[in-house]
Structures are given as structure tokens and as C-alpha cells.
Design a protein around this ligand. Structure first.
Ligand SMILES: [Zn+2]
Length: 422
């Protein structure tokens, strides 16, 4: 690009005098500043000095990355979520969601109310770009101009926040779900404004179950009630997606929502890739019963597993006996550590905690309990159900059910292949 062309383009973008821009470019070039840098410098100069006179050129959503400077985008509003955050010590209401054009979709945060509605086609002039968890996100601030366009932009993405529970992921905002309240609990928590009452529990629909928290208790959220929840957001809680209902959410009763009785059937790989699944069913072989299984001891204060009567939090304690199994389960796609609580362990062991203590006393060795469980389960195929979470050490499944998979393995393999190979 020649200096003349660059001056022309800049002057037009910035709404500035071409002769003035050319002179600045020439000066910068005389100091051996490369043309692209010189252009950037002049854009910044006009952007700062001109008080918003600088409108960046229009950019395709797909071309925006975390290094991109301010942009102008012409896009369709897919979703709008309203949320209150604490910012610089003050309560601030923000709007969040996704925008899309023909090339792609991107998250946005609006720091002022632009009255955005899903389906609107807008031009956002001078929107900032920031990095949010590794991805670019648009920042619509006071220096952004938002114009609603008459003509609707057709985009490949779905407009609106309606989703099934199975499709919700941490980070989702402005979502709408129709669900049944499967479990409900009231809690008093120490919130940022003192003691607050919240509701929490489990929601279900035909596709999945997920935990939820209602931070501004809505009367319509009652045990066994079916409700439509508009404008909820999704956060990760204990490794699985959790639905957050706020003061800005709309809650309305609806006709009965069917809840799936069965857990979501997945391969270990799929569940791990999903970043955690609240209620999943896996089938695999037990490769090993890990250390820390069988007869264990816990701190009476915090429930942590202790060794030699030493709790990491509480020091010298008088521990309580308990039973647990940590079994490595492999389904050919990946492995997960299945964790069985006392009840599930008693079922696998075929005896109670008292029986286990008797066996250990007779053998004068506490390890015999884990050894006898391992002798029973290692090599066997099991169907497990529970909450799968992923942390830095790998995947864990808190088992609700752990039972021998007694069906025909060949038939199940065919069924499984049919599911993964559409
Ligand atoms: Zn403790």
C-alpha cells in the first residue's frame, strides 16, 4: 500500500483531513516507523484525541482474535442475559450474551443498557475486544455506538436462548429452559449483603438433570413444580454445570415437564470432554482398586480421610471408621475413578462396616477388606451412574449406582456403536 492510499483510507476511516493524515504518516516514516505501525499510531491518536471520532473498520466476527483492537461489527443478537456484578465496590448491572454474523459467533458484555433483544440486527461501532478464558469477547462500553438495523442479517446460529438441559455449559448466559424441580432445598448463606435465603436443588427435563441455585428465591420454584426459567446463566459448580436463577430471571409455571428417569449414557471420553456431567451412566471394566479403598478412617470434624490419626486441618484427632472404594473404570475410550460411598461399598463388599471391622480384627490387618473387594470387582464389567467431575488429577465419578453389567456385551457394543456412529 502506498503512502497516498494509506492516507486516503485513514482519513476516510477517521473522518479526518487527508493532508493532515498524510503529513503525520510522512513524519513517522521519516523516523523509519513501518507503515502498519504508523497507521496504528495515527488511529490511536485520533481515537484518543478525537473523543470517539474514530470508528474502526468493519470486521468479520471470525477475524476477531484476542489481539484485535477496537472493531465495528454488523451482527445479529443471539441472546441477552442481565446480571448484577460487583465492580469497583459498586453494584453494576451488565448485559451479556452472544452475537453472530455469517462468519461466526462471539460473546459480548454490555456495560450500559443498549436495549438489546435477541433477533436484533445491530451495528456496534468501536467495540472493544478483551480476552475471556482464552477467547475473544466484545466489550460494548460507553464509547461504543449501537445502531439497530432495519434489514435482518441471516446467520447460521440459533437466535434465542432456549435450550435443553443437556446442552447447557458453564459460561452460558441468557438461557431459557423448561424444567421440573426434582429436588429442592432452602438454605441460609452468608452473602455479600449479610445473611440471605436461597433455594437450591436439582432440575430435570427429558434430556438431563442439573443442579441449580435460585439466588432470589422465586415462589414458583417449588418441589415437583414445572417451570419456564428465562434468563438464567450457567456456572461450574463442583465440576459440573449448574443453573443460576437470579433477580433478573423470569419464572413462570408451565404444564408438566417430563423428566428422564435414566441418566445420560456416554463414553468416558465424551463425559470428560464435556468438562463434567451431573448425572451420567458409564459402562466399563474395573482395572484396579486404588489405595485408600476398603476400611478407611475419617476426621470426625471435617470428614477428610486421615492416616495415623492426623488430620491436615485438625491435627491429632480420634478418627471414625468408614468404608469407601476408589475403582479405576476403563471403557476403552478413557478411564475414570469411580468413588463408592459407604452404602455402595457395603453392597459390593457383601457386608456392613461392622463386618469389615470384624474381618480386619480376625486377620489383624485392615487391608484385607480392600483386598477382598478387589478380588471381587477387578476385571469385572460394571454399569455406574453418578456425577462425573474433572480436575487436574483426572476424572472422578461419585457413584449413585454401581452394579455388574450383566447384559450381553456384544449386543451392548452394537448398540453403543450405533449411538456413536450415526
Ligand atoms: Zn479434620
Amino acid at each position: 500500500m502506498s503512502l497516498e492510499d494509506a492516507a486516503e483510507e485513514l482519513a476516510s476511516d477517521l473522518g479526518a483531513d487527508k493532508a493532515e493524515v498524510r503529513e503525520k504518516l510522512e513524519t513517522l516514516q521519516s523516523y523509519s516507523v513501518p507503515l502498519d505501525e504508523a497507521k496504528g499510531s495515527i488511529r490511536r491518536e485520533f481515537g484518543d484525541a478525537g473523543g470517539g471520532a474514530a470508528t474502526p473498520s468493519e470486521t468479520d466476527v471470525a477475524d476477531i482474535d484476542t489481539e484485535t483492537g477496537n472493531v465495528t461489527v454488523n451482527a445479529r443478537v443471539l441472546t441477552v442475559g442481565k446480571r448484577s456484578i460487583r465492580y469497583d465496590g459498586d453494584e453494576q448491572v451488565i448485559y451479556e450474551g452472544e452475537l453472530a454474523d455469517e462468519t461466526g459467533a462471539i460473546s459480548y458484555t454490555a456495560w450500559t443498557d443498549f436495549s438489546l433483544s435477541p433477533g436484533d440486527t445491530i451495528t456496534a461501532g468501536n467495540a472493544g475486544v478483551r480476552e475471556w478464558e482464552g477467547d475473544p469477547e466484545l466489550n460494548l462500553s460507553e464509547s461504543t455506538t449501537v445502531t439497530v438495523q432495519e434489514e435482518t442479517l441471516e446467520v447460521p446460529d440459533e437466535v434465542g436462548g432456549e435450550r435443553d438441559l443437556i446442552d447447557l455449559q458453564p459460561g452460558d448466559r441468557g438461557r431459557t429452559v423448561e424444567v421440573s424441580v426434582v429436588e429442592l432445598e432452602r438454605k441460609t448463606i452468608d452473602g455479600r449483603d449479610g445473611e440471605t435465603e436461597i433455594k437450591s436443588g436439582v432440575l430435570g427435563d427429558e434430556t438431563a438433570r442439573l443442579p441449580f441455585t435460585d439466588w432470589a428465591p422465586h415462589d414458583a420454584i417449588a418441589a415437583d413444580a414445572s417451570v419456564r426459567l428465562e434468563d438464567v446463566h450457567v456456572r461450574e459448580f463442583r465440576g459440573v454445570p449448574s443453573v443460576n436463577v437470579t433477580e433478573f430471571s423470569t419464572v413462570e409455571p408451565v404444564a408438566d415437564v417430563e423428566v428422564s428417569e435414566s441418566a445420560t449414557r456416554m463414553s468416558v471420553r465424551e463425559a470428560v470432554d464435556a468438562g463434567g456431567v451431573f448425572d451420567v451412566e458409564l459402562v466399563g471394566n474395573v482395572l484396579e482398586v486404588r489405595d485408600g479403598s476398603g476400611l478407611i478412617q475419617r476426621c470426625p470434624e471435617c470428614g477428610r480421610v486421615v492416616q495415623n490419626d492426623q488430620c491436615r486441618n485438625h491435627g491429632d484427632v480420634d478418627p471414625e471408621d468408614d468404608l469407601r472404594v476408589k475403582a479405576i473404570l476403563d471403557d476403552g475410550t478413557d478411564t475414570v475413578t469411580a468413588i463408592l460411598d459407604r452404602e455402595a461399598t457395603e453392597a459390593v463388599y457383601g457386608g456392613t462396616l461392622a463386618d469389615a471391622l470384624d474381618q480386619a480384627r480376625d486377620a489383624m490387618d485392615r487391608d484385607v477388606v480392600a483386598e477382598s473387594i478387589a478380588a471381587d470387582v477387578v476385571g469385572g464389567e460394571y454399569r455406574v451412574r453418578g456425577a462425573l467431575s474433572v480436575d487436574e488429577y483426572g476424572a472422578n465419578l461419585d457413584c449413585e449406582d454401581f452394579e455388574a453389567a450383566d447384559d450381553d456385551p456384544e449386543a451392548r457394543a452394537r448398540e453403543f456403536l450405533a449411538e456413536v456412529e450415526p
